[in-house]
Each structure stands twice: as C-alpha cells, then as structure tokens.
Design a protein around this ligand. Structure first.
Ligand SMILES: *[C@@H]1O[C@H](CO)[C@@H](O)[C@H](O)[C@H]1NC(C)=O
Ligand SMILES: *[C@@H]1O[C@H](CO)[C@@H](O)[C@H](O)[C@H]1NC(C)=O
Ligand SMILES: *[C@@H]1O[C@H](CO)[C@@H](O)[C@H](O)[C@H]1NC(C)=O
Ligand SMILES: *[C@@H]1O[C@H](CO)[C@@H](O)[C@H](O)[C@H]1NC(C)=O
Ligand SMILES: *[C@@H]1O[C@H](CO)[C@@H](O)[C@H](O)[C@H]1NC(C)=O
Ligand SMILES: *[C@@H]1O[C@H](CO)[C@@H](O)[C@H](O)[C@H]1NC(C)=O
Length: 892
C-alpha cells in the first residue's frame, strides 16, 4: 500500500539512552591535501569516477582534488580518466552509539566537494532487523528529505537473538563493513571510494563478493550482469528495449554470489533517477540524485532465501486468477468487434487453447479511456459477453493519460477528474498538459488518494457497461510523446540537476513530464519511478472492489513491490531471435524481483516475425508465467492460425503441454504468494553450489522440478543444454538422462521443446482442454520422477481459482504426494469442496528399473498398467481415485 500520510519512521537515535562505543578508529588520510602520486596509485579497476557529470581536462580534474589519467595509461579504455585519490575528503563518523536495535552515528564532512550543496552533517542509523536482514539509512538529521512511500516492515523494538552478519563502522574516513559471520566473507565495504551526499547528488560505492551479480533491472541484459564498466540507469522510460538504456521499470536490488556458493542481496530503497556503475574490481557505485540512502542487506545464505528476504521487505506477489495462467492473445490493429470475433473463431477452429482475448487501443473512441468506438465497436459489450459464453475472459488496455475533451464534446471522466483535482500540475498549479494517444492529455496523479477513488469510480462505471475481466495499464512511465509538457518545463534545479543520470535523450524530461511538476505526495522528480506502481495499486484495489474476485492487472512500468499488485510484460520488443533469448533473463529477473506473473510478447511486438521464429517463440512462451502473443499494427499477422498446418500443430502441442501442467504452475504461484518463492526460476537458484549454473540463462526451471531447454537460434534442430548432477526425465517420453553436471546435445526438431522433470519430484498435471475452465474439470495426472534411490515428492494447491484470500480463509486444498520403495501415496494437508470434485486418472512413474509384474491400488490388483522397457516408464491408467481421499499405489 502507499503510505499517503507520508510520515517518516521515527528515528531510533532520539530519546534513547546511548552509550558511546569503542570505535574502530582508522586514520588513513589527511583532509584537504592535494593528491600526491602515491594516492593516485590505484589499479585501473579500483578507480572511481571523479567526473561523473562532465568530461574534465587535467587541470579541471586536479582542481577538484582528483587524479588525472596520463596519456600513457590508457590500456583500459573504459576506466575513468579522472578518479578519486585514496585521500579524497569524505565524511567522518562521530558519536557512534549503540541503540536497542543497532547503531547510530553522526557523519561530518569538513571539506566541500565539487557538487553544489553538500550536506555537511548526516545521520547513520543501523537496524538489526532479523537474523538475516540488516537495514541502514543515511540521511539529513536536520531536515526531512523525500522517502519512497511504500509500506516496509515496521521498526523492530529489540535486536534479534542471533545475527548472521557483523557490522563495523569505520570512522575516518567513514565506511561500513558488513561481513558474513560464518565465513568472514566481506559483503559490503563502503570504504572503496568516498561517500558524497549533496542536495541532488548522493553516491556510495562498495566492493563486491564475486563477479556474479544479478538484478538491478529493468535493463536488457543477460541474467548475470557484466561488471566490465557497465552503467545501469534508472529513470522509467517507454522505449523499444535496447542495451545500455533506462527502461520501463526500476528495481534497485541485486543478488550476489559469494565464492563458496552462498548468496546475499542488497536493496537500495530509493526512487530518484539513478545510475549504478559496475566495475571489475569488482565494485559497485550507487549514484542517485535525490531521496535518502535506505539500504537493506539480506544474508540468505542461499539465493532462494535472499529472494524471499527481499520480498519480506517489498511484499509477496498477489495470487493470480487461474484463468490468468492460460493463453492470451492480442494485437494492436483489430479494426472492429467483428474482426475480433473472427480471430477468436479461428483460434477455436485451429484447436489451440485460448483463454483470454485482449484489445489494445483500437476499441477506444478517439483513444479516450472508458469509452468505446461507437462505429466499429458498437456491440462491444455483446462481444465480451460472447467470449464469456465460450468460457473465455477479456482484458482491455487503459492509459494513465486522459485526453482533453475535443471542442464541442464533453468527456465526463476528464471533467470529474478536474473537479476533484487529481491531475499532475505544473508550476502555475494547473494540470500539466502533454501529448499521448488522444492528443493533448493530462496525467492522473495516483499518489493522490482521491485519484484512487476516482479511478475506481471510472472503472466501475465502465465495467457496468462492459464486463472486462482484467486491465492492462500501458505507457505508465509515464510516457509523453513530447518533451516535459506542451508549455515546456520551468528552468529550475529539479529540471536541470547538477548531475543527470545517463538517460536516453540526455534530459529528465525526454518523453515524459516535467521533473518539477507536482504530485500530491511530492515532485515528479522524486516520484517518477513509482508512477507505474501507484497506478498498479489503484487498479488492483479498484478491480478487487468491482469484481469481488482476484484482480488481473498487467503493467508496463514497475517498481520494487509491484508484484504485490500486478504482473508485467516486457514491452515493445522486436521480433528477432536476439529478443527471444533476452526474454529468458527478463522473466527470470522479474521472478527474482517478486513479480512472477511476467511474460514477453510471443513472436515479438515490432517487425515481422518469421514462421520459424514464431513457432520457437510459442515454445518458450508456453513456459512464461504469463503467456501472451501480441503484435503491433503494421507487422504481418502472427496469431497461431495464420501459419502452416505443421506449425499450428507444433504450437498446439506446446500450448496443450502448458495447459496440462497448469496444476503445477498454479501451485508454484501459491508458493510465491505465500512464501516469496520464484515461479520461473534461474538454474543457479536451485543449484548454487554448482558454479556452472551461475551463468545459465538459455535454460530455466519452473519451480524446483521442471527444466526447460528451448531452441533459441534460427535453423537449429538440436540444442546444447547443461544438466546439473542427477537424473532428468524427458516429460514426453519418460526417458531418463543421467548427468554428472554435464552438457548434452539434444535433438530438437521444429515441433519440439525439451522439458525435463528433475528426479525426486512429482508434478501434478491435468488432461488439457481448450480453456482453463474446461481443463480444471478434467481428471488429474501425476508425473512421478524417481530419484536414483527411488523416491520422489510433490504437491498440489487447489482452490476455486478466482476468489479472494482463499488461502487465508481456508477455502483451499493442499495435498502432498510421496513415492518411496515402489509405493505412491497422498497425504491430505488441507481439503475443501473444490478438490473433492477432482479424481486422479493416470500416473506415470519414470525411472522404474525392473519391469513390475503387478500393480496394487488400495490393496487390490490393478490390470490397467503398461511398462515401457526402453524408457523404464510405468503407466498406470483409468484410476478414477478421488484426490481428496487417501490412496496407495504399489508396484512390484
Ligand atoms: C556528540 O555527542 C556529544 C555528547 O552527547 C554532543 O555534545 C555533541 O554535540 C555530539 N556531536 C555531534 C556532532 O552530534
Ligand atoms: C575495504 O576496502 C578498502 C579499499 O579497497 C580496503 O583497503 C580494505 O582492506 C577493505 N576492508 C576489508 C575489511 O576488506
Ligand atoms: C572489458 O572491456 C574492454 C574494452 O571493451 C576489453 O578490452 C576487455 O577485454 C574487457 N574485459 C573483460 C574482462 O571482459
Ligand atoms: C458484425 O457482423 C454482423 C453480422 O454480419 C453485422 O450484423 C453487424 O452489423 C456487424 N457489426 C459491426 C459493428 O460491424
Ligand atoms: C500550466 O498548464 C496550463 C494548462 O493546464 C497552461 O495554460 C499554463 O500555461 C501552464 N503553466 C506553465 C507555467 O507552463
Ligand atoms: C512486413 O511485411 C510487410 C508485408 O509483407 C511489408 O510491407 C513490411 O515492409 C514488412 N516490415 C518489415 C519491418 O520488414
């Protein structure tokens, strides 16, 4: 939830009995001295940029007390040419005191830096929040600065009894050293470079525990980040994703591997425009132009627990409705309701499952929210009704920018919003006007509680006319087709800060609204990066209130904590093989950010997709947690039915495979919702002690048990895949692949994608139908993948699929499945009515080494079984066992 009151959490340093600590006094430098040759003797990878805002010549660089790179020393072109000497003035910590929950200290600077308005006094507070979570803030003790208004865990009152971390405060120059108690590994060392904290420029650097770092999105990157002088910029921006630019979302969180396979994470809760610089030391610099330093450190010690601990701070993901996991279809450029009916009919005819039909802006009347085109979409409500009759759902797009009424026309949502004062305003206190689809537009300020009420009322009124099931919120960076506003932006320090992060377009106003425009809570300068999040919160709450069911909201722009309210699609990517690959790290990273309902436009959005690319993309996309094929208006059609019979068959096959696996996928979402697990999961998260997995991002897991190895290259009919040590069974044939941690080449014709079940796991599945609604009524299947010692485990979470809080209210079933010593049983942890309708029809056991001579079901001989000696697969059929009653299946 947004904290509208925007009250700062009380300082722990005031009104407490403090006792002065014995300090780790280190006198390493004399302030104010010009750097001598020895203070400049730093390895290139240990040099931190002293001229971030512009290029300096030798005199200018040395004039600010920094070291200049001589011409002979340009071996590494990417290192900064002007860098801090070891004795560059920083803060010194005084009055370090211990509090009930950590430390506090005053940080003093005696020499000004090259940035205007240094804060000469700061306050450090360190909170030992839990055994594995450390929190510290550095801010101005004398004046409140902007802080991100998202809900975070309340302040603890006392220290945890044990702590995985050690904290040292270095006093002069000030630095924090945080280490892992059990191994002594340094996790954070902020003495690598000076701390700068000016009115509009804050920078802190740290050493890293290894070269393996994940997160800091949203950017177009591989899964692990490149530390060879990479700058990652955060200033939400709607543009075609490309490398090295700011993108739609901001997640200033990283997960870092330590050399021994343990992991930790760091989160900077700051929403101002920011650059993060990675350099090969390995080291990282956080450089933000506002707010405070509000850091959380998560000690793990496994990657999984780091991700969960991050979500303990930002919130666990919402539980999507079951239908949200089906196949979604959209394109920009459906000219009429009749053409859309035609699309759905062709999908039906092609016998490819389809759950949700979508619309882009085509349905709107002159691109205005809460309207529909009376000519081409005159029977829009009837169309939606027909989709519902077919067991399908319907989602439509909405924009956060509201068109001004055209001359001679009224547009009630605009008038109402104007009356209620819910728009972002400009210097003269009037609604700021930009240009988006409808032409001249104003921007709703979702940091205003009144705007949430207004948004709810508008959605409700529209929903009374058109029964849409979910909303797609787009262009909420927010995007503006112009610069700042149609009246330009004022000339002030928010519009032109002394340092501008490396944003596309070079200025903060590029394709968005003026930085100094006003929101209810603060300036756009501070709130820009949470605009999408605030719209997602408003949409989630509105849809919950309107439907009384689980909301389904997909958003382009995101910020930390987004996954509590909405999902994400990765925007306007191109229809190329390169983007097909990038979709995998993108969905894995969003799972790490606690926003598991994520997918990429299947076949790509921009440009024409070839048939082969589309087939391969549906194969990967069938394993995105959110599966949608979406296309732009001027590209060739890419709905599955436009392709050849063979290609349609290949797509049908993989979509049916997804539908078969939905009970497993849904169970994974339940675990994400209740314990901060990932759904689509990087291999290293499951196998952190196997270093080969640390860079794998062309293969990925669903949960612990399903491993996906797609073809990502044109013209290839085989793929090399890495398999961690253990046995992996082909989901289709049941054949086992035994690996000692090796690469295998897998034949993969155009109609195939490799999917393996990890030995030791049981996957619940279902006979697939043409919609999730139909599928949910079918019999259940269990896919049992025995480990080398013949055991396996799995579980099923089941409820009605769209009611609110089913888990909290106990309206669900949780059933465990266990196989051991040639016996498969279920264990009913919790049961309600929904699961009582389910029967188990079929069991496949992989890895049965000796042909069984008999099968017993609940003690009685069972004839309907088959054994495949070639693949060592045992199939037990026609079971009809109620899943909510205890059963026992034996083979011998
Ligand atoms: C440090 O603590 C002493 C004693 O409480 C106080 O007099 C002094 O003002 C403090 N210094 C700073 C910089 O806060
Ligand atoms: C922290 O980093 C500084 C600068 O690189 C280094 O001199 C110091 O030894 C490091 N401290 C620890 C505890 O590793
Ligand atoms: C880093 O980048 C530079 C310049 O592009 C290149 O010469 C160097 O090999 C790279 N280093 C690593 C470790 O990749
Ligand atoms: C859709 O098609 C039907 C039947 O052909 C026709 O009666 C109707 O007018 C069409 N609707 C629109 C909005 O074009
Ligand atoms: C503020 O916006 C209004 C339109 O709502 C415009 O008329 C006015 O000129 C703008 N003020 C400035 C200072 O740009
Ligand atoms: C896509 O295909 C259409 C029709 O064949 C063609 O007119 C258009 O130029 C193509 N677009 C691109 C980007 O190649």
């Amino acid at each position: 939830m947004l904290d509208f009151s925007h009250e700062r959490k009380k300082s722990g340093c005031k009104n407490i009995s403090c006792r002065l600590l014995l300090l780790f006094l280190l006198f390493t430098s004399c302030f104010g001295e010009a750097p001598g040759p020895s203070q400049c003797l730093l390895e290139p990878e240990h040099r931190f940029d002293c001229a971030p805002e512009k290029t300096l010549n030798k005199d200018e660089c040395e004039g600010r007390g920094c070291c200049y790179l001589t011409a002979s020393d340009t071996s590494d072109l990417k290192q900064p040419s002007c860098y801090y000497p070891t004795n560059y003035p920083s803060y010194k910590a005084v009055n370090v005191t211990s509090t009930e929950t950590g430390y506090c200290a005053t940080l003093l600077r005696s020499t000004k830096t090259f940035m205007p308005k240094d804060l000469m006094e700061l306050q450090l507070e360190v909170f030992f929040e839990t055994d594995s979570r450390l929190h510290f803030t550095i801010k101005n003790p004398n004046e409140n600065r902007y802080e991100v208004p998202i809900e975070t865990p309340p302040r603890v009152r006392s220290q945890p009894s044990t702590m995985q971390y050690d904290v040292k405060i270095i006093t002069d120059p000030f630095g924090l050293i945080i280490s892992r108690k059990s191994t002594g590994q340094i996790l954070l060392n902020t003495t690598m470079a000076p701390l700068l904290f000016a009115e509009q420029f804050i920078q802190i650097s740290t050493g890293l525990s290894s070269n393996f770092l994940y997160g800091l999105g949203e950017h177009l990157t591989s899964l692990n980040l490149d530390l060879n002088w990479t700058t990652l910029t955060f200033w939400n921006r709607g543009l075609v994703p490309r490398k090295d630019t700011n993108m739609y979302g901001t997640h200033p969180f990283y997960l870092a591997m330590e050399k021994d396979g343990l992991a930790h994470g760091v989160f900077l809760l700051n929403s101002n425009a920011m650059d993060i610089i990675l350099q090969p030391a390995p080291a990282l610099t956080w450089r933000t132009i506002g707010g405070i330093l509000d850091f959380y450190v998560f000690l793990g010690p496994e990657p999984k627990t780091v991700i969960k601990q991050y979500q303990d701070v930002i919130g666990y993901p919402f539980m999507p409705p079951y239908w949200g996991l089906g196949f979604h279809l959209c394109r920009w450029g459906y000219p009429s309701s009749n053409m859309t009916r035609e699309v759905v009919k062709k999908m039906r005819d092609s016998q490819i499952p389809l759950d949700v039909q979508w619309h882009d802006i085509d349905y709107m009347d002159k691109f205005l929210d809460f309207t529909y085109d009376p000519d081409n979409y005159g029977d829009f409500p009837e169309m939606v009704h027909e989709f519902h009759e077919m067991g399908m759902k319907y989602v439509l797009i909405l924009e956060p920018a509201l068109g001004l009424p055209q001359p001679g026309r009224t547009y009630l949502p605009y008038d109402d919003g104007l009356r209620r004062g819910i728009y972002v305003t400009n210097e003269t206190g009037q609604p700021l006007v930009g240009k988006v689809w409808p032409g001249l537009s104003v921007f709703v300020d979702f940091t205003n509680p009144e705007a949430h009420q207004w948004w709810y009322e508008m959605l409700k009124e529209f929903h009374d006319r058109v029964l849409f099931d979910g909303v797609w919120i787009d262009k909420n960076e927010p995007a503006n087709h112009g610069y700042g506003s149609v009246d330009n932006c004022p000339d002030n320090t928010l519009e032109n800060p002394p340092y501008v992060p490396k944003v596309v377009g070079d200025v903060l106003q590029a394709k968005t609204i003026c930085a100094s425009s006003h929101h209810h809570l603060s300036s756009h300068y501070n709130l820009h990066n949470i605009y999408g999040l605030t719209q997602a919160i408003a949409s989630y709450n509105a849809m919950m209130k309107i439907t009384g069911k689980r909301p389904f909201v997909i958003s382009r722009s995101t910020f930390s904590g987004h996954g509590r309210y909405a999902g994400h699609w990765t925007g306007d990517i191109r229809s190329t093989w390169e983007y097909l690959y990038y979709s995998i790290p993108a969905i894995l990273l969003f799972n790490i950010y606690g926003a598991p309902l994520v997918g990429t436009d299947i076949c790509g959005f921009l440009g024409n997709a070839t048939e082969e690319l589309c087939v391969r993309w549906h194969q990967v996309g069938a394993f995105y947690p959110f599966m949608r094929n979406h296309n732009t208006h001027d590209a060739t059609a890419q709905e599955p039915y436009v392709f050849s019979k063979e290609s349609q068959k290949a797509i049908r096959k993989v979509v049916l495979r997804r539908y078969m696996l939905l009970p497993y996928l849904y169970t994974l979402f339940h675990k994400a919702h209740t314990s901060g697990d990932t759904v689509a999961r990087p291999l290293f998260v499951e196998f952190p002690s196997d270093r080969n997995t640390w860079t794998i991002d062309r293969q990925f897991l669903w949960g612990e048990a399903l491993y996906i190895t797609p073809v990502l290259e044109q013209g290839k009919t085989e793929v090399k895949g890495y398999f961690p040590s253990g046995v992996w069974y082909d989901l289709v044939t049941g054949a086992g692949l035994e690996s000692k941690g090796e690469w295998f080449t897998l034949p993969t014709p155009l109609d195939a994608i490799n999917t393996h079940i990890r030995g030791g796991y049981i996957i619940p599945a279902q006979r697939p139908g043409m919609t999730t609604e139909e599928t949910r009524k079918n019999d259940l299947r269990l896919l049992v993948a025995l480990s080398a010692d013949g055991s396996a485990q799995g579980d099923l979470y089941w409820d009605d699929g769209d009611s609110l809080d089913t888990y909290k209210k106990g309206d669900y079933s949780m059933i465990l499945f266990k196989a051991q010593n040639k016996v498969l049983v279920n264990e009913i942890l919790h049961i309600n009515g929904e699961a009582e309708k389910l029967t188990l029809d079929y069991v496949a056991v992989c890895g049965v080494h000796a042909p069984p001579s008999k099968v017993l079901v609940n003690g009685a001989a069972w004839e309907d079984f088959k054994y495949m000696p070639g693949t060592k697969l045992l199939k037990i059929e026609k079971l009809s066992l109620p899943i909510g009653k205890k059963f026992e299946i034996k083979w011998s």
